[in-house]
Design a protein around this ligand. Structure first.
Ligand code: ADE
Ligand code: ZN
Length: 321
């Protein structure tokens, strides 16, 4: 039943959907050394101890993406998963700096991803939005430069976000960049409270004016913050399998997503980097059933929340719900 529930996905890094098989194909197609000698080697390397240990491998994997067709093929493979898993709407993150730092033009990245989104829309009515993420381990000046490079493609973007290494890179570092993005009519989101403290969630809300918090699971450590998130119904895009694989929780049975849901927070479930964390959106719902005894009502609530928390217009939300 849950696998067929119509749902939206609001936290998926498209570079995190690059499966080892396609990675090896693209390395060969582009005449690059393969990041791994086999699919088995890649899967064996996907044993992470924290966020940074994952990011090191994730950025290495993304190095096989060179041409517009590469970005198209990666995005297309993810969109086929959406169709198979009843993900009627998806809001996709991409990390342009991972590519522009290697000399790839931002137009190559955006046009490749966008062409796949348009084809899926035309072929089966796939609904989607695209969110540009700044890498927070890089400077705020680099983020501002990236925003300027992206502005000619503004019509293809719904908003901007903030990802990569959280500790030591507080949201406050990017306040001016987010102000500029907002002045250009873009919405804002940010990863906060994944590994970082609850204070980073406050900063994301107050300084970056975010509409949603990505992850946010550490909000539970701050009762005043919990009350604000409930009162203002600020969505959290939680990623259970990711939290397990990156050791944010020791065991899925200890995940707080259903506690947050039961307290009245607007939580959603998402896959984050499905090629690295062992599964797409339905796997995340399944894990909650298996390890947290999630009820059908709770699953339906999470699916409903995913549309409520989306950047669809109110009219589109009515059509989907
Ligand atoms: N980039 C890709 N996945 C991420 C995550 N879970 N946290 C921060 N940055 C990311
Ligand atoms: Zn993420």
């Amino acid at each position: 039943m849950i696998n067929h529930l119509p749902k939206a996905e609001l936290h998926i890094h498209i570079e995190g959907s690059l499966e080892p098989e396609l990675m090896l194909t693209l390395a060969e197609r582009n005449g690059l050394p393969a990041p791994f000698s086999s699919i088995q080697d890649a899967q064996a390397a996907y044993a992470f101890s924290d966020l940074q240990s994952f990011l090191d491998i994730y950025y290495k994997g993304a190095g096989v993406l060179i041409t517009e067709q590469d970005f198209y093929d990666m995005t297309w493979a993810y969109l086929l998963r959406c169709r198979a898993e009843a993900v009627l709407h998806t809001e996709i993150f991409f990390d342009p700096q991972t590519h522009t730092e290697r000399g790839i033009d931002i137009s190559t990245v955006i046009n490749g991803i966008d062409r796949a989104l348009q084809d899926a829309k035309n072929q089966w009515g796939q609904s989607s939005h695209l969110i540009l993420c700044f890498l927070r381990h890089l400077s705020s000046e680099a983020a501002m430069e990236t925003l300027e490079q992206a502005l000619p493609y503004k019509d293809k973007l719904i908003g901007v976000g903030l990802d990569s290494s959280e500790m030591g890179h507080p949201p406050s570092k990017f306040q001016a960049v987010f102000e500029r993005a907002i002045s250009e009519g873009l919405l804002t989101v940010a990863h906060a409270g994944e590994e970082g403290p609850a204070d980073y969630i406050w900063q994301a809300l107050d300084l970056l004016k975010v509409s949603r918090i990505d992850h946010g699971v550490r909000c539970i450590e701050d009762e005043q913050l919990m009350e604000r998130l409930i009162a203002e119904q600020i969505p959290l895009t939680v990623c259970p399998q990711s939290n397990l694989k990156l050791c944010v929780v020791d065991d899925m049975s200890q995940h707080n997503i259903l506690d947050l849901l039961n307290r009245g927070l607007l939580v959603t479930t998402n896959s984050d980097d499905p090629a690295y964390f062992g599964g797409y959106l339905n796997k995340n719902y399944d894990a909650l059933v298996e390890h947290l005894n999630m009820t059908q009502e709770q699953a339906v609530q999470l699916a409903r929340n995913s549309f409520t928390a989306s950047f669809l217009s109110e009219q589109q939300k009515i059509l989907f719900n």
